[in-house]
Design a protein around this ligand. Structure first.
Ligand SMILES: [Mn+2]
Length: 354
């Protein structure tokens, strides 16, 4: 082939590309108009019957050289791109996304601001076991300048034979002790039917890792106005985590905090693997406050200090740890809860006291 011929063919190709571009843009504008009409009529944007009919007609008219499969594939791409154009912002970007809301969301737990620039520390026993146990812990928290206490009343345990928590009795103990010491409380709720009741006793509803995709529970938490602490599932991607938060926010409860608590990997040196990169990624992708649970992610008291510092260095809005008056006798997570001396040393190491 002569050089001139090649140049001529390339010129024709360029011109066809331009025509295709114009036609594709023209098609996109028509699709947008159709989308607006459908919006007015309240009918779904995606119409699989119509799409199949268009594809079948195109294939029937196909004279080659592309085979029918290729024609189907190419037009399918065009259809999908058009459908994306028709979709509203609502579908393209989640409410929890930074793209929808540039500023950081500050969650108010009473007079405590979470996500406002000053990191918080949440501490307390794994489980509420007794009034005395919670009271002793609360006194130490108060003396250390900690304002938010955690304590599990409904415990989702791996084994049905393990301690399942005190239930509503546990919530009552939390409320009584918290009002005595002027603390705010966080406790996990596992049943959608308990969400409203829980709001009477606690300041933050925790949704645990095992329930991150319990969609009925997420919806129930979205229907109240009590702040929610949503834990990342042990095998959940960041995208799945954010979609779970979206369940809550889309129901009207904007007061959601995310908490990384370790994910399951092959590594056995820690209970789970603390995904520290999740912190800056969540902060980039979402406007919600991000906390890190160093107790359940590591399961090791000897590295909680460095991990908490890493979390804060990565931009976390807070850290959560478990502390117990006598971890050896704790009814759950005995090995990883700190005693009061260990807790005080931890605070010094991390520098989070008020
Ligand atoms: Mn625990």
């Amino acid at each position: 082939m002569s050089h001139g011929k090649m140049e001529e063919l390339r010129g024709r190709l360029d011109s066809v590309n331009l025509q295709l571009l114009e036609l594709l843009s023209e098609r996109a504008r028509i699709a947008q108009e159709i989308g607006q009409e459908k919006e007015k009529q309240g009918v779904p944007k995606y119409d699989p019957v119509r799409e199949k009919k268009m594809l079948d007609e195109l294939v029937a008219l196909n004279k080659g050289p592309f085979d029918n499969e290729t024609i189907r594939h190419l037009f399918k791409q065009v259809f999908q791109a058009s459908l994306k154009l028709q979709q509203t912002d609502h579908v393209k970007h989640l409410l929890v996304s930074r793209k929808r809301h540039k500023e950081d969301t500050v969650v108010s737990v009473g007079d405590i601001a979470v996500g406002g620039g000053k990191p918080i520390l949440v501490a307390g026993p794994c489980s509420v076991e007794s009034y005395e146990q919670v009271r002793k812990t609360a006194a130490v928290l108060k003396a250390s300048g900690i304002s938010v206490m955690r304590g599990g009343a409904f415990k989702p345990r791996t084994s049905p034979y393990d301690f399942q928590g005190l239930g509503v009795e546990g919530l009552k103990i939390l409320k009584e002790v918290a009002s005595e010491f002027g603390l705010k409380t966080i406790s996990e709720i596992v049943d959608p039917a308990h969400v409203e009741l829980a709001c009477e006793y606690i300041d933050v509803i925790q949704i645990g890792a095992r329930n991150m995709q319990n969609f009925e529970l997420l919806k129930a938490a979205g229907d109240v106005r009590t702040p929610v602490l949503l834990k990342r599932g042990l095998a959940a991607t960041i995208d799945e985590f954010l979609h779970s938060a979206e369940y809550i926010v889309s129901r009207g409860n904007t007061q959601v905090m995310l908490i990384e608590r370790g994910i399951r990997t092959y590594e056995r040196a820690t209970r789970n693997t603390l995904d520290i990169s999740a912190v800056p990624i969540l902060k980039l992708e979402s406007h919600l406050p991000v906390l890190v649970d160093v107790t359940h992610s590591t399961g090791r008291k000897d590295i909680m200090g460095p991990c908490a510092r890493a979390a804060l260095a990565a931009g976390a809005d807070g850290v959560m740890v478990e502390v117990h008056p006598d971890p050896a006798t704790a009814l759950s997570d005995a090995a990883q809860q700190m005693n009061f001396d260990e807790f005080r040393r931890f605070l010094e190491e991390v520098g989070l006291q008020a």
